[in-house]
Ligand binder design. Structure first.
Ligand SMILES: [Zn+2]
Ligand SMILES: [Zn+2]
Length: 349
């Protein structure tokens, strides 16, 4: 065991602050990573403030990790010291259940999340990426294409795979018409990826001033969702709509825009149940579903795809000392479009 520097919250109402945490020495199949950048996901904020309940304190958030390998166990074959490596939302699973056997570790009943999951090695809970190092089983460590900017790659590990996986699952290719609701951390990746898949991309936003931004991200059209005339022009036309909104909104307005057999997939998490009119589904045989990150193999596929198409997240790089300020700005959607923490800033703590 050794001590790593980190930022943690000790209660739901206290700010994140500098601390040290225990990390295990690498076991046979472990990869030790010096963390270079960690993205800030809205889940980090929800968890730090116990908004989803179940947070164990102290909590070290962070599941969009990019870094450099510093040591590997004797059984590790995929990585060597010096390699760039990444870790997303999961660090372990049982490897034996039907979900794991299909490469869908995110649905494993025994999945170990990167933070706030039971740590079978050290006891207590797992600590995430707001830290200078992490030790992870190589099965859950990803390779990063050499051409990608590392600060801007970090958010791919959650926001990227969360939007990539449903686009793949629902067969998005060129010729499909895809809507993306919300242009934030998730939405901006949804627009970029759907565009790269060759789809005709329509971005939905409540704010007319986001129009230019959405077009520059790769949207072919932008619809202001509060403008009923603009919405009705697209009635019955979408193959797929990715809904990234985590606030309450009228899902029927979007279901009515689907073509026959069209699907809406939710990746945002509104706190209150959405009200769905049965006829929004019945007419046109529409479906409404959800999606949860992606498996490890698919996460690697997403990173490789991003390497080939030169796709990264738009990030504002901050020192760890600005993390609390960043959380407040996140609540106001005051970031284009993801914060990425430069972990070199932790050295001065
Ligand atoms: Zn996340
Ligand atoms: Zn499993």
């Amino acid at each position: 065991m050794y001590n790593a520097k980190a930022y943690s919250a000790v209660s739901g109402t206290s700010p994140l602050a500098s601390t040290t945490i225990p990390r295990r020495d690498p076991n046979e199949y472990d990869v030790q990573i010096e963390i270079l950048f960690c993205g800030i996901c809205h889940s980090d904020l929800h968890s730090a403030r116990n908004e989803w309940t179940g947070t164990v304190y102290p909590i070290v958030p962070g599941h969009e990790i990019v870094g450099r390998v510093t040591a590997v166990g004797s059984g590790v074959t995929k990585f060597k010291p010096g390699d760039v490596a990444a870790v997303g939302c999961m660090v372990d699973s049982d490897g034996t259940c039907p979900q794991c056997k299909e490469g869908l570790e995110q649905f494993c009943p025994n999945v170990i999340l990167t933070y706030n999951s039971a740590d079978k090695h050290l006891g207590g809970v797992t600590y995430g990426g707001y830290s200078d190092s992490v030790v992870v089983d190589e099965r859950f460590v990803l390779r990063v294409p050499a051409n990608l900017d590392l600060a801007a790659t970090a958010p791919l590990l959650c926001a990227g795979i969360t939007t990539y996986s449903p686009l793949r699952h629902w067969g998005i290719t060129s010729g499909k018409k895809v809507g993306v609701v919300g242009i934030g951390g998730l939405g901006h990746m949804g627009v970029k990826l759907a565009h790269a898949f060759g789809a005709h991309v329509v971005a939905f936003t409540t704010s007319p001033h986001k129009k230019e931004d959405a077009l520059s991200l790769g949207a072919d059209e932008v619809v202001v969702s509060r403008n009923n005339d603009e919405m009705q022009k697209h009635a019955g036309s979408f193959d797929f709509i990715l809904d990234t909104v985590s606030a309450d909104h009228d899902i029927n307005a979007y279901l009515n825009l689907l073509a026959r057999d069209g699907n809406i997939t939710l990746v945002g998490g509104p706190p209150m149940p959405l009200s769905v009119a049965a006829f929004s589904l019945i007419v046109g045989r529409h479906s409404l579903s959800g999606s949860n990150i992606g498996g490890i193999a698919e996460t690697q596929e997403m990173l490789d795809f991003c390497g080939e198409h030169n796709i990264t997240s738009d990030v504002e790089v901050i020192p760890i000392q600005k993390v609390n300020e960043a959380y407040e700005r996140l609540l106001k959607s005051d970031v284009k479009y993801r914060f990425s923490i430069d972990m070199a800033s932790l050295k001065s703590e």
